[in-house]
Design a protein around this ligand. Structure first.
Ligand code: ADP
Ligand code: ZN
Length: 210
């Protein structure tokens, strides 16, 4: 199954992508994670993306389209994949279509702007492996350190409150039109993001089963 998760930053796409990955044994592909990894490794692509990402702006389409082309060509995508954070613009969606990628379902996780702002302030990520935590909803076993690798948890630069507002604006202007784009193809299902992660997961799984 080829899936797309849509939703505002902080809607919980990444968390749900992981749950689907476990359930269906297909890879969860996060362009945000791929870019942050490139940034941490100091690659040319990472350097190019740095200013955009830290300012809460989108990385140029041609850069992320290149990333996705390369990633989807790998063997583990043969039985399907979950796209988390791609496409984020109409041209990115068109690029997927032009690549001949057939999407089975698009799940849009809806949360209010207010919830996004609240959630982002509590989000922490591992400085080493990128695993994501939350001060209230997804606490690490030991405070301030990653369950996976033991490295320090930090707040992403682009999760600082003023940048979050910029990201929300970018979302409403550039990403939200994708709802219409996929609604027209009959592939879109809207899921209301719930207070508890597991409740959202139940709704997401229902969509997969129907
Ligand atoms: P979140 O889902 O929390 O907003 P991501 O980790 O998906 O965060 O993305 C973080 C940042 O990475 C974005 O704000 C943007 O700068 C960049 N990015 C990720 N995916 C894309 C994309 N498809 N197009 C353009 N920029 C992207
Ligand atoms: Zn870690």
């Amino acid at each position: 199954m080829n899936l797309i998760l849509l939703g505002a930053p902080g809607a919980g796409k990444g968390t749900q992508a992981e749950k689907i990955c476990e359930k269906l044994s297909i890879p969860a592909i996060s362009t945000g994670n791929i870019i942050r990894e490139a940034l941490a490794n100091g690659t040319e692509m990472g350097l190019k993306a740095k200013e955009y990402i830290n300012a809460g702006q989108l990385v140029p389409d041609e850069v992320v389209i290149g990333i996705i082309k390369e990633r989807l060509s790998k063997d583990d995508c043969r039985n399907g994949f979950i796209l988390d954070g791609f496409p984020r613009t109409i041209p990115q969606a068109q690029a997927l279509d032009e690549m001949g990628v057939v999407i089975d379902k698009v799940i849009d996780i809806e949360v209010s702007d207010e919830t996004v702002v609240k959630r982002m302030s509590g989000r922490r990520v591992c400085s080493k492996c990128g695993a994501s935590y939350h001060l209230e909803h997804r606490r690490p076993i030991n405070e301030g350190v990653c369950d996976n690798c033991g490295a320090e948890l930090i707040q992403r630069k682009d999760d600082h409150p003023d940048t979050v507002l910029d990201r929300l604006n970018v979302y409403h202007e550039q990403t939200e039109p994708l709802k219409d784009y996929y609604n027209k193809t009959g592939k879109l299902t809207v899921v209301e993001g719930q207070e508890e992660v597991k409740d959202t997961t139940r709704l997401v799984f229902e969509v997969l089963e129907n």
